[in-house]
Design a protein around this ligand. Structure first.
Ligand code: TIU
Length: 222
């Protein structure tokens, strides 16, 4: 498939969709629903819910175009053996990773809160990566999966913009992938961090990648 130009900041990006994957970061109930980890920390989760519909639109578009779709989830083993003590031992004991929350143990694999929100549920055959860190490359086989498929460009969306999306984009950029971040399909508990996070990606000639929208990508896919 020839390259198609997608309007983006700081400039349009030519994309070969045959070598492009959609990566949806951590759209988990723990972050998005009342009673999850994010809400327990005192965050307004409605700020994140705004990203669900754009994520759904780009997910449907990617599936229709047979793009590789990858879902990630942040979380840990029930025995916390993969959770660094420095990550666990923060904040009040009752709000830490592994503590009991309204949707099961916080950020523990297999618990209800760890699951992806129903609107974005993975289909059979779509890789779901469980990651112990903020970045999707750290201690996962994401790079191997992408290289085996000849992927060179990532469409990235999910939550939160300045934490797991940013960390993943920085990791991907250093590994040679072009990252096109879909700004409207990302969100943060801190709107100002979301805005500045997107600006940071596109600054300095696109220091970490490109920033666009679901609408621009869907137009290019059509
Ligand atoms: N997925 C992700 O961003 N994990 C976080 O912990 N984000 C926060 O903003 N806390």
């Amino acid at each position: 498939m020839p390259a198609v130009e997608i309007a983006a900041k700081p400039r349009a990006l030519p994309v070969d969709f045959a070598r492009t994957a959609l990566v949806i970061i951590d759209m988990q109930r723990d972050f998005l629903e009342p009673g999850g980890f994010g809400a327990v920390l005192g965050n307004d989760v409605s700020l994140l819910v705004k990203a669900v519909a754009p994520c759904r639109r780009i997910l449907e578009g990617a599936r229709a175009a047979s793009l590789l779709v990858i879902h990630t989830r942040e979380g840990h083993r029930p025995d916390l053996s993969d959770a660094p003590p420095a990550k666990v031992q923060r904040g009040p004991v009752e709000k830490r990773i592994g503590a009991d929350g309204p949707m099961g143990r916080i950020l523990i694999r297999g618990e209800a809160g760890h699951g992806i929100v129903p609107a974005l549920a993975p289909l059979l055959g779509e890789p779901v990566l469980d990651k112990p860190g903020k970045g999707a490359f750290y201690q996962t086989d994401l790079d191997l999966i992408l290289r085996n498929r000849g992927i060179e460009t990532l469409l990235v969306c999910g939550v939160t913009t300045e934490v797991c999306v940013h960390t993943t984009v920085r990791e991907a950029n250093d590994r040679g992938y072009r990252c096109l971040v879909l700004g409207d399909a990302c969100a943060s508990y801190f709107p100002e961090f979301h805005e500045v996070g997107l600006r940071m990606i596109a600054a300095q000639g696109g220091i970490f990648g490109w920033v666009s929208t679901t609408g621009e990508v869907l137009t290019a896919l059509a």
